[in-house]
Design a protein around this ligand. Structure first.
Ligand code: NAD
Ligand code: 6OD
Length: 481
């Protein structure tokens, strides 16, 4: 897999392996971008701002973004195969979520561009003639996009599409674990005739590699990043040198709250999905489940049955409902939390180890779905993001107690409430410290809504007009009448 710079695919001598986490085989070699290639990408992206792209009106950009979506749709199966090869996720999941959302991201931001509101103010002046002030939106400039591995196409395109819609040029760096769909996206950009330098792709790692080269580069105006909170802090320090604009979607330790009056089966099913979807590797996944005491034992038993019914299989097995973790290294991290939970005194209700298949999947990164109970709220397993198919379930008595428990976290990305009492849902929705609160559902996304976290979970909001506002620089024009 090559880099894509100034409208051309570029190979480099430094290579790193792209490993399939299903069985550990290397399915591709990736060309790592060095500092000189990142410099070339920045120069091309700056030049493109002054070229035909910079002079193109919004209708031209809308048409190009639609062509990107159409071409991705035509190559749907290529994207599907690439995403699966990188992540090992069940094909059914990638077919329903990752690839369609990747495509939808280009359509939605093309559509929203037409509706981007501009402000107008009439100002009274001493001479009685007045003045008219209005805002126009200009691109920020060159935007560095740094993406994680859990929903590779969805999260990269969630940033690339609005950045391009707003007229910027982009240098994208996918995670070193998942370079495949980003490389296909570069092919699509090439195929639809995106002008050279508008979309650039550089492969590599974080520190001492393409990630750091982007965040420290003086020719880059903004960094939009999704990943771990600690990485966000490192990027913030690096980007301080030339005061880049920053948008951060970071980690989470999300609460699911189940009241005794909830639709029990829906709450169990929804909670199971929110804990185990994508092998627990969604920033919005629930890792802390709070269940009202009268239904606690019954709920834990039902969630256990759900976890044990998950089918850990190869992505192309139609029965598969859970794939591997992204890598052996990430599995080591998740397993270290499974061990820590026992040391901290947890009861392991189910799971807690690795499955044994007796075939080449034993070389992969599969891990058992796991449910823990019995830990105090200060246990590390209850406080730290694990990012695997695991949750801790605790009982609660009453709204005030559960609100205090749910909010006692350094993170604040999402929460899911399960109750039939809608007044309570509205009441708690306002008081929960989270960027999004789902009521009787989870991961139901309207792409026009603001998306992001509070506390360690991020800075700013993406989604709909919120994305376009981040990627645009408003300029006020004041005309004396
Ligand atoms: P990560 O922070 O390890 O890596 C993300 C990206 O940053 C990768 O492309 C990586 O190469 C790059 N990177 C790493 N160090 C860097 C540095 N010092 N400078 C520049 N770039 C650097 O995250 P990950 O492990 O890929 O993803 C999992 C994490 O992402 C979890 O914490 C998860 O909660 C979070 N996440 C958050 C959201 C959200 O919307 N809030 C969405 C998805 C994932
Ligand atoms: O659905 C989205 O738009 C979104 N940003 C999801 C993030 C998931 C995190 O892993």
């Amino acid at each position: 897999m090559r880099n894509y710079v100034d409208g051309a695919f570029v190979a480099t001598d430094a290579r790193f392996p792209d490993v399939d986490p299903v069985d550990g085989h290397v399915h591709a070699e990736v060309c790592e971008a060095d500092a000189a290639l990142v410099d070339r990408a920045v120069a091309a992206a700056r030049a493109a701002l002054r070229g035909p792209w910079g002079r193109m009106g919004s209708e031209g950009r809308i048409a190009l973004l639609r062509r990107v979506a159409d071409r991705m749709e035509a190559r749907f199966d290529d994207f599907l195969r690439a995403e699966i090869a990188d992540t090992g996720k069940p094909e059914s999941l990638a077919r329903a979520i990752d690839v369609p959302r990747g495509i939808a991201n280009f359509r939605i931001f093309a559509d929203l561009l037409r509706g981007m509101p501009e402000e107008t103010f009439h100002t009274e002046t001493p001479d009685g003639q007045g003045a008219l002030s209005y805002t126009v939106h200009k691109p920020l400039g060159v935007v560095g996009v740094i993406a994680p591995w859990n929903l590779p196409l969805l999260l990269l395109s969630w940033k690339v599409a609005p950045a391009l819609a707003a007229g910027n040029t982009v240098i994208a760096k996918p995670s070193e674990e998942t370079p495949a769909t980003a490389t296909l996206l570069a092919e699509v950009m090439d195929e639809v005739g995106m002008p050279p330098g508008v979309f650039n792709l550089v492969h590599g790692f974080g520190p001492g590699s393409a990630g750091e080269f982007l965040t420290t580069h003086r020719g880059i105006d903004a960094i939009t990043f999704t990943g771990e909170s600690a990485t966000g802090s490192a990027i913030m320090r690096a980007a301080a040198a030339n005061v880049k604009a920053l948008s951060f979607e970071l980690g989470g330790k999300n609460a699911g709250i189940v009241f005794a009056d909830a639709d029990f089966d829906a709450a169990v099913e929804g909670t199971a999905r929110s804990v185990f979807a994508n092998c627990g590797q969604v920033c919005l996944c629930t890792e802390r489940v709070y269940v009202e005491r009268p239904i606690f034992e019954r709920f834990v038993a039902a969630l256990k049955a759900r976890a044990e019914a998950l089918v850990l299989a190869r992505p192309d097995d139609p029965a598969a409902t859970m794939g591997p973790l992204i890598s052996r290294a990430h599995r080591d991290k998740v397993l270290s939390y499974y061990r820590l939970a026992r040391e901290e005194g947890a009861t392991v209700v189910t799971g807690g180890g690795i499955p044994h298949f007796g075939d080449d999947r034993d070389n992969g990164a599969y891990v058992q779905p796991t449910i823990l109970t019995g830990l105090g709220e200060q246990a590390r397993c209850v406080r730290e993001e694990i990012f695997g198919p695991v949750c801790h379930v605790a009982p609660f008595d009453g709204e005030d107690e559960v609100l205090a428990m749910a909010n006692d976290s350094e993170y604040g990305l999402a929460a899911a409430l399960w109750t039939r009492d809608l007044s309570r849902a509205h009441r708690l929705g306002r008081r929960l410290e989270a960027g999004i609160v789902w009521v009787n559902c989870w991961f139901l996304r309207d792409l026009r809504t603001p998306f992001g976290g509070v506390k360690l979970s991020g800075i700013g909001r993406e989604g709909g007009l919120h994305s376009l506002r981040f990627y645009a620089e408003p300029t006020t024009i004041c005309v004396k009448l």
